[in-house]
Ligand binder design. Structure first.
Ligand code: PEP
Ligand code: MN
Length: 264
């Protein structure tokens, strides 16, 4: 299979505007859960860039559990992400939820994110496999490694080899946190696949208090990088405020994970 170490022995390195994912340097994708407006996005983008983040995240099309929750700014959000890229020079990653949005999102985004809830949306996997954009595939809430890698294979089989895997927590019996952060999957993935591995303590734990220790653990586990939600005013965030870090806490996180990454 295309995802396997047997097919490709060397680690895959994906390069976007001088930022390498899967190479020797630490990759940190940071930004708000949702794009909420110009000031909110640009303020956050400048703050995470100053702290050392390399890629800007922000959702414009949001997969919300309730249909009555904020669904995202849509194309206006994509335009703001493009503006933030201009301002900071950081590549942007944003989610695409539907085959019909792929061309639109690919116009603005540097990396297409496929969310946990769409990990086995096979039509969407095939469709992003036919674009030229790198794709970050988040692990499904109840997906095995085998399911996950076969979903990556769907993208690669269509011709797009630039796939990034993202562990974002799985559903287990316990509810002390939003999910169970399965960091023991990292060494297993390393053996099975050459694809870059990102870990997302924000969605995995759902609690800002857990993000710093679990980000450290994620880098110590051997992941290539992190996805972290940051918001200038978490209490007022339109989505995932409970798990969003204030910019000053994100600075502390960067200092600590950089030290761990340097020591590895
Ligand atoms: C997100 O990254 O904003 C998101 C919705 O993540 P997940 O698909 O992992 O829930
Ligand atoms: Mn979120």
């Amino acid at each position: 299979k295309l995802v396997s170490r047997e097919y490709r022995e060397a680690d895959t390195i994906i390069e976007i505007n001088g930022v390498q994912i899967g190479g020797p340097s630490l990759v940190v994708m940071a930004g708000p859960c949702s794009v909420e407006g110009r000031k909110q996005l640009l303020t956050t983008a400048e703050a995470v860039k100053a702290a050392g983040a390399t890629i800007l995240r922000g959702g414009a099309f949001k997969p919300r559990t309730s249909p009555y929750s904020f669904q995202g700014m849509g194309e206006d959000g994509l335009k703001l992400l493009a503006e933030a890229r201009e301002l900071t020079g950081m590549p942007v990653i944003t989610e695409v939820m539907d085959t019909e949005q792929v061309d639109l999102v690919a116009e603005y985004a540097d990396i297409l994110q496929l969310g946990a809830r769409n990990m086995q949306n096979f039509a969407l996997l095939k469709r992003v496999g036919r674009t030229r954009r790198p794709v970050m595939l988040k692990r499904g809430l109840s997906s095995t490694v085998k399911d996950w890698l076969l979903s990556a294979e769907y993208i690669m089989a269509e011709g797009n080899q630039a796939v990034i895997l993202c562990e974002r927590g799985i559903r287990t019996f316990d509810d002390h946190s939003r999910g169970t952060f399965d960091l023991s999957v990292v060494p297993v993935l390393r053996e099975l696949t050459h694809l870059p591995i990102i870990v997302d303590p924000s969605h995995a734990t759902g609690r800002w208090q857990s993000i710093l220790p679990m980000a450290r653990a994620g880098i110590a586990s051997g992941a290539d990088g992190l996805m972290i939600e940051v918001h200038p005013n978490p209490a007022e965030a339109w989505s995932d405020g409970e798990q969003s870090l204030l910019p000053e806490r994100f600075v502390e996180l960067m200092e600590q994970v950089e030290r761990i990454a340097d020591a590895m």
